[in-house]
Ligand binder design. Structure first.
Ligand SMILES: [Zn+2]
Length: 276
């Protein structure tokens, strides 16, 4: 039994060395959602998030704003140790500790905010689980923006854009941009597809709406030749991240560009981090 119980630990250690050996080119655009103790697939505990930020700082990684991605054309940028941080949906729990921690480490970030239901529980989350996280209020979003965090759009009501009528897609994309620009008093340049769901027509609507870039959840690093409206990101807590060791393994997999393998491995060995 001892041997079986230690299998996940051995696998994690082995994977750490594999990620270091297989460092792929490109810039990892890290995707987070909520910082809380619930342990769900879109939650990360504060101590785990803090451990990841410390790791990035201590290992000489430097965050850049999303707008800088378009200026970087070199195909292999792995030695630059650059990364981006994004938070989807715009949850209120970022304010208490996540945003201050980013500032403390000097890291830049983008919040992709849904533009309906500010200050309310996220309705699309309640459909999937018993609880929902509360979104920032309009005023909180403005404060975050004024403090230097970029705000991007993430539709009005967080639908699967590939499952609704194209005219509704157009409205969701355009209205979310207009609404955010109205309350923030500045241009909104970037968009993230809810659930990472997009197709060519949706991508074209993002470009027509005036977004400079749009982001998916394709689980790979962004390289120099990306279509600006289909830029991949990596989900740091795509698998549950329940302790610091797993948090760092997951982060290293994202930084190296091997997160797809990591998720597969985690599923194979059934690493149940929430019980460890
Ligand atoms: Zn979302």
């Amino acid at each position: 039994m001892t041997g079986l119980r230690s299998l996940p630990a051995y696998a994690a250690t082995a994977f750490h060395w594999v990620t270091q050996a297989m460092w792929l080119p490109g810039i990892p655009i890290l995707t987070y959602h909520s910082i809380d103790d619930e342990g769900g697939p879109e939650s990360i505990r504060m101590d785990c998030f803090s451990a990841q930020m410390e790791y990035l700082k201590e290992n000489g990684f430097r965050s850049i704003p999303l707008s800088e991605l378009r200026n970087l054309t070199t195909e292999d940028r792995s030695s630059d140790r650059l990364f981006c941080v994004t938070f989807d949906d715009g949850y209120q729990n970022l304010l208490a500790s996540g945003v201050p921690l980013l500032w403390e480490h000097g890291f830049q970030a983008t919040v992709f905010a849904v533009s309906n239901g500010w200050g309310e529980l996220a309705g699309w989350e309640r459909q999937r689980s018993s609880a929902g996280h509360r979104l920032m209020t309009e005023q909180e979003l403005c404060e975050v923006s004024q403090a230097g965090i970029e705000i991007g759009a993430h539709t009005c009501s967080h639908p699967f854009l590939t499952r609704i009528h194209l005219e509704s897609v157009r409205r969701e994309i355009r209205a979310s941009k207009d609404k955010l620009e109205q309350i923030l008093g500045k241009r909104v340049h970037h968009f993230a597809y809810p659930y990472g769901a997009w197709d060519q027509r949706i991508r074209d609507l993002c470009a027509e709406a005036g977004f400079e870039m749009a982001f998916t959840t394709e689980q790979r690093k962004a390289r120099g030749n990306e279509d600006p409206w289909v830029v991949p990101r990596v989900g740091v807590n795509r698998m549950p991240v329940g302790n610091r060791r797993l948090a760092l393994n997951s982060l290293r997999a994202c930084l190296s560009g091997t997160v797809g393998y990591y998720v597969t491995l985690r599923r194979l060995v059934r690493l149940n981090c929430t019980k460890r």
